[in-house]
Design a binder for this molecule. Structure first.
Ligand SMILES: Cc1cc2nc3c(=O)[nH]c(=O)nc-3n(C[C@H](O)[C@H](O)[C@H](O)COP(=O)(O)O)c2cc1C
Length: 191
């Protein structure tokens, strides 16, 4: 099983980097073949240009497309920034889920070109879980919908249950450790 792990986090030492490490270790131990796209480390350009929309694909997007073509599973990991992914990941989606590769006018949803693949979102959020439960406007489903439905489902991929780490800065050492272990179990259960 091949996994493309797309990672969008600028901070080298953070809870996101600990999740990445735990996830990569779990996948490697279980025998998955993983390709990592660390978007900040790569200096990935997130801006989709007019030329690219009309089909003049640049080599960096082409290389990501080849990784995604090879992959059976796609992981998108990021910290929540303003109820969405960081711009670099939004731009990765803009440029890599390209017309003609992921979908076209007659290939979307059930007939999307990426059918058969599955996608999983891994996200950290600033507050603890009770904050999000306290008002319907805070429901993180609002944030996940553009990824699960607008992206994965649109191109034919099956969205898998997301993994959300709530309020890492409020966690004790034990809670952090438990969260990292839960993440490793989540990956092995769903991928
Ligand atoms: C630009 C920016 C926007 C953010 N927007 C939100 C937000 O909308 N909701 C939220 O819960 N946390 C928000 N946060 C907090 C981050 O999600 C949080 O610090 C991060 O998930 C913690 O992970 P880390 O320890 O790996 O940095 C934001 C942080 C930044 C820098």
């Amino acid at each position: 099983m091949k996994v493309l792990y797309v990672y969008a986090n600028p901070k080298p030492r953070s809870f996101n980097s600990a999740l990445l490490e735990a996830g990569l270790r779990a996948l490697e131990d279980a025998g998955y073949e993983v390709e990592l796209s660390d978007l900040y480390a790569m200096g990935f350009d997130p801006v989709l240009s007019a030329a690219e929309i009309t089909g003049q694909m640049r080599p960096d997007a082409r290389s990501e497309i080849e990784k995604l073509r090879r992959a059976d599973r796609l992981i998108l990991q990021f910290p929540d920034w303003w109820y969405g992914p960081p711009a670099v990941l939004k731009g990765w989606i803009d440029r890599v889920m390209a017309y003609g590769f992921a979908y076209d006018d007659t290939h979307e949803f059930e007939t999307g070109f990426l059918r058969g693949k599955k996608g999983l979102v891994v996200m950290t959020v600033g507050y603890a879980a009770d904050y999000y439960a306290a008002a319907p406007q805070r429901d993180l489903a609002h944030l996940l919908e553009p990824l699960h439905y607008g992206t994965f489902a649109f191109v034919g991929m099956q969205p898998l249950p997301p993994f959300i780490a709530y309020g890492p800065r409020y966690m004790s050492e034990e809670e952090r450790k438990a969260c990292l272990e839960a993440y490793a179990r989540h990956l092995l259960e769903w991928l």
